[in-house]
Design a binder for this molecule. Structure first.
Ligand code: NAP
Ligand code: ZN
Length: 349
């Protein structure tokens, strides 16, 4: 076993603190990664605080992992010691079902998530990236370009792929009018990708002080979603709206902004359900309300390569690990610009 250390939630109420644990011994297929950076996703808060009612403790969160290969199993050929690599939300899947064969491992019945998920190898719960090292099957390890700022690449592993995948799946392109709801970790990547794909990009925010940043990040327009008049001006005009908000809210205010056949795609996962939207809002313009879950491994590599080519990374605040509880509190107040990333050099055994 590999002696490892990190930060864990011990229960839903108390702050995260240091935790010593063991990683499994690597198999021939495995890669051992020394973790350099780990992004802080709102899903980490939901799970550390048991908001989705599926948490096991102690829990080491973290699924936006960047590191360097420190060892490889005998059957690993695509990676060598020292390579910069990434790990996102998944570390395993069955590999044979229809979803896996179509490179949609996130939907596999046996997908193993990076933390808080039963590990096929050990039968125990997986531990995530708020830690010094991780052991991952080579099929779930991503190649990272040395040309980008590695700390700012970390959020691409979840916030990046979760916004890239639906924009690609629904074929967002120049000429489309796209809305992004919420300027947090996911939302700011959504703005960057929608802009990069050539769409007319409108950011919806509850925070009046984020307007300038949103324009700098690539939004063509910014709408303060609490302002009914501003919202009305965009009625029936959008092809696609991506909703990244981490809390319960009214979906009808966005459905009514879609044109005929428009799509409202939810990626935020609130702890309490949204009020049921109006049926009339859906049927009268044949609108769709859909959802999307991260993205497959092949598409995650495609997204990372796209970012390397187009020089796209997250806007981050790099923090020491002892600031993690403070970072959670700031995220809950929508006060993040626009992703916290933990510098793992600050972690001691
Ligand atoms: P985040 O950085 O905290 O950003 C969420 C944003 O939502 C806030 O910055 C805020 O933007 C907006 N918001 C409006 N009202 C809010 C409220 N009452 N409470 C909190 N936020 C509010 O979160 P994130 O990391 O981007 O994650 C967003 C959601 O996506 C979370 O629920 C997360 O679990 C989920 N998620 C889903 C997937 C997936 O595969 N579907 C993957 C990763 C994360 P404004 O200030 O601009 O209004
Ligand atoms: Zn995430």
């Amino acid at each position: 076993m590999l002696k490892s250390y990190g930060y864990a939630a011990y229960n839903p109420q108390t702050p995260l603190r240091s935790f010593n644990f063991e990683r499994r011994d690597p198999t021939a297929q495995d890669i051992v990664i020394e973790i350099l950076y780990c992004g802080v996703c709102h899903s980490d808060i939901h799970q550390a605080r048991n908001e989705w009612k599926s948490s096991s403790y102690p829990m080491v969160p973290g699924h936006e992992i960047i590191g360097r290969v420190s060892a490889t199993g005998t059957e690993v050929s695509n990676f060598k010691i020292g390579d910069p690599v990434g790990v996102g939300c998944m570390v395993d899947s069955c590999g044979v079902c229809g979803d896996c064969q179509e490179h949609q491992e996130q939907f596999c019945h046996a997908a193993v998530f990076t933390y808080n998920s039963p590990d096929k190898h050990t039968g125990k719960i997986t531990y995530g990236g708020y830690s010094n090292q991780i052991v991952v099957d080579q099929r779930f390890v991503l190649h990272i370009s040395e040309n980008l700022d590695l700390a700012a690449v970390a959020p691409l592993l979840c916030a990046g792929i979760t916004t890239y995948s639906p924009l690609r799946h629904w074929n967002i392109k120049a000429g489309d009018k796209v809305g992004i709801v919420g300027l947090g970790g996911l939302g700011h990547m959504g703005v960057k990708f929608a802009h990069a794909f050539g769409a007319h990009t409108v950011l919806f925010t509850t925070s009046t002080h984020k307007v300038e940043d949103a324009l700098r990040l690539g939004a063509d327009e910014v709408v303060i979603s609490k302002n009914i008049d501003e919202m009305q001006k965009h009625a029936q005009s959008f092809n696609f709206i991506l909703d990244t908000v981490a809390a319960q809210h009214d979906l009808d205010q966005y459905l009514s902004l879609l044109k005929r056949d428009g799509i409202l795609c939810l990626v935020g996962v609130p702890d309490y359900p949204h009020p049921t939207p109006s049926v009339a809002n859906l049927i009268f313009k044949r609108r769709s309300l859909v959802g999307s879950l991260i993205g497959g491994i092949q598409e995650t590599q495609e997204m990372l390569d796209f970012c390397a080519t187009h020089n796209i990374v997250a806007d981050i605040e790099l923090i020491d690990i002892e600031k993690i509880n403070h970072a959670y509190e700031r995220m809950l107040k929508s006060d993040v610009k626009y992703r916290f990333v933990i510098d793992m050099a600050s972690l001691t055994a």
